[in-house]
Design a protein around this ligand. Sequence first.
Ligand SMILES: Nc1ncnc2c1ncn2[C@@H]1O[C@H](COP(=O)(O)OP(=O)(O)O)[C@@H](O)[C@H]1O
Ligand SMILES: [Mg+2]
Length: 221
Amino acid sequence: MGAKIIVVTNQKGGCGKTTLTMNLAGVLGSKKKTLIIDGDSQGSATRWASSASDNKPFPTAIMGLANTGDKVHREIKKYAADYDYIFVDCPPAIDNNFTASALLVADLALVPVIPSPTDLWAAIGIQKVISNVMDLNENLQARLVANMCQNNTSISKEALTLIEEFEFPKVTTDIYQRTAYRQAAAFGGTVADLDNIKAHDEINQLISEILKLLNKRTKKN
Ligand SMILES: Nc1ncnc2c1ncn2[C@@H]1O[C@H](COP(=O)(O)OP(=O)(O)O)[C@@H](O)[C@H]1O
Ligand SMILES: [Mg+2]
């Protein structure tokens, strides 16, 4: 068996890859053996965890593997037996093959997108990378996650139409733009440490949705 591997990717920077990785893995990590792999040479995930205070360290183990390039799948496999879940925070670029390599051993690709036309257009390229790897890795599923949704407006019709044109469906849980996500990064924790119930709820809801997807696939195999 071994860990379920979740790769958070989009060639676009600033769409919330690191924010989602840290909150999903951080919350799940307080219950299940979880590892975060920081695949971005900018090291934002590693810095995030390092910002935690000594008396409340970030709940989940993290290691930086950005420089493994197209061999990251070999490294990930070495940890699979020791964890229940491994999250990979990918770099924004897709041209160094790190992302394709991580996807080779992944069970789920999560693609955070800001639901605006320009951001959605920029996300089209990652589809091809994921579907190419799907030919080699039959366990791989992929889902879009709408991030930084605005509280006062639901996802625009234009954005929804674009989302429907993607090869992969969107998860039901949408993540809203909330200061809690920025605060969590600043103090090196997750939204579970803050009294923003809505942020904590949506992360919990997204976790259950992800676990359901991963379990469904296990039963079929
Ligand atoms: N749901 C959200 N609500 C508010 N701010 C967010 C949210 N998601 C991400 N951010 C902020 O947007 C910026 C980019 O997010 P980040 O996770 O670093 O993106 P990426 O890793 O894809 O480059 C950061 O400043 C982060 O705090
Ligand atoms: Mg990042």
